[in-house]
Design a protein around this ligand. Sequence first.
Ligand code: CP
Ligand code: NVA
Length: 304
Amino acid sequence: MKHLLKLEDLSKNEILEILNIADQLKYERQHGIEHPILKGKKLGMIFQKSSTRTRVSFEVGIYELGGYGLFLSNRDLQIGRGEPVQDTARVLSRYLDAIMIRTYEQKEVEDFAKYGSIPVINALTDYCHPCQVLADLMTIREYKGTFDGLKVCFIGDGNNMANSIIVGSLKLGMKVSIASPKGYEVCDHIKEFANNYPGMFEMTNDPLVAAKNADVIFTDVWASMGDEAEIDERKKIFAGVYQVNDEIMAVANKDCMVQHCLPAHRGEEITEEVFEAHAEEIFDEAENRLHAQQAVMVMLMKNK
Ligand code: CP
Ligand code: NVA
């Protein structure tokens, strides 16, 4: 594994290896055992979009591993004034041991990896959110003890979260069912990926169909970062239907988990009641960002 650009690039065994390292690092942190595995390594963190969890978990994560994280805002970097990715990638490769990027186009992270000579970690693009879904998979295994025989459901926009949930869950052998409004379904590329898993993937416009007998229900905001101008139009289409509420939970399995990458919009994609009833799982999920990303950094940076 040279980069983390999207989950499609990882084998099932590589994902499991990340999750196993993450479990070990979590155990060590909980027991006060320090793990400066990346002593002296430098991680650049480019943010072209807002962030709470990703920013803090990566910065704390590299610090706890004995390394140093540099927060690089689009407002300050020359990339924000049009310096090409090809040049930025080659320059930063001379200073840093790895680079983490949150941006819009998937092509930008792929280009960083192509032109630079250090590992690149995708910390969210419009296309996918692999770091988040590694943490989600870790949380599912913590609560359920296994991936075997589980059904994962996603209700909402066929966005970056939906894409990574579908890829990660199918790779680990879980069934996936997704309910999105017409016109907001996942892209053809993801549908083609899912076609490689016959009988394991279902797409519908009806959340009650998708949630039936689910073991894990995911949702995400109706309008992602970059879609803000569409929020009023999207509200009209999503409201009242594409929401994780008691009615949805009633058709899922009895001990069904709820996961949300956060930030959440209570009263929109999830009700206050369902959110608070599953808050422990959701905040464990947020915590696991730290452990999962530390595992990714260890895998990518240890032998650099
Ligand atoms: N879930 C997530 O990526 O959160 P932030 O946008 O706060 O980083
Ligand atoms: N789909 C959301 C996820 C935020 C973590 C967005 O892209 O804004």
